[in-house]
Design a protein around this ligand. Structure first.
Ligand code: PRP
Ligand code: URA
Length: 209
């Protein structure tokens, strides 16, 4: 379980409660998802490699650590993962961004790929995969399979809400990745929606349905 980090910070929990509220509109929902992603990103990026650079202060030259933007890639799972990207770019503006397009079949709940474009080369980077919802885990497992097939190694997965079923499936399929969870919810319902959850994250971010 040490590969799974629950972000129990009160600010994150407060904002997740606002997200859950069915009366929270699209604009506020987007802002909250971004804010939560920044707060979670602060924790998830605490082991980002740093390099010493030379800087001249008003007093003298010194060697001082800086993050190399080239070392980070953010990879949202479309669509809903897109809502988390700017929150992480607020921390590391020079990070590269890849995209994986997956949708869940409404009947079988199995993921189907429609797009995959990753920064190249991907093998040297820390990769943060974003998706607000980890439900059955099918989409996250498939997305990380694609990234590994293309050479990705150091992978983190960040979700706002997870179901126990999805968390188990993802950590068993990819025991090497680090998983960051905003809140672990009770269970999936018969339509594989997370309960209590927040509904359909993509629809709430993009105002569709
Ligand atoms: C949602 C969500 C995840 C996936 C989670 O996306 O954003 O990607 O379902 O479910 P799973 O863990 O059971 O795979 P959806 O397929 O609805 O697509 P969308 O983001 O385009 O709405
Ligand atoms: N996808 C969502 O957007 N919400 C859920 O509860 C499950 C999958």
């Amino acid at each position: 379980m040490d590969k799974i980090t629950f972000i129990d910070h009160p600010l994150v929990q407060h904002k997740i409660s606002l997200l859950r509220d069915k009366n929270t509109g699209t604009n506020e929902f987007r802002i909250l998802i971004e804010e939560i992603s920044t707060l979670m990103g602060y924790e998830a990026l605490r082991d980002l490699p740093v390099e010493n650079v030379e800087v001249e202060t008003p007093l003298e030259r010194c060697e001082t650590p800086m993050i190399s933007g080239k070392k980070l890639a953010v990879v949202p799972i479309l669509r809903a993962g897109l809502g988390m990207v700017n929150g992480i770019l607020a921390l590391v503006p020079t990070a590269k961004v890849g995209h994986i397009g997956l949708y869940r079949d409404e009947e079988t709940h199995e993921p189907h790929e429609y797009f995959c474009k990753l920064p190249s080369p991907i093998d040297q980077r820390t990769i943060v995969v974003t998706d607000p919802m980890l439900a059955t885990g099918g989409s996250a497992v498939a997305a990380i399979n694609f990234i590994k097939q293309r050479g990705g190694k150091n992978i983190k997965f960040m979700c706002v809400i997870a179901a126990p079923e999805g968390l188990k499936r993802l950590s068993e399929a990819h025991p090497d990745i680090q998983i960051y969870v905003g809140h672990l919810d009770r269970q999936l319902n018969e339509n594989a929606y997370i309960c209590p959850g927040l509904g359909d994250a993509g629809d709430r971010i993009f105002g569709t349905k």
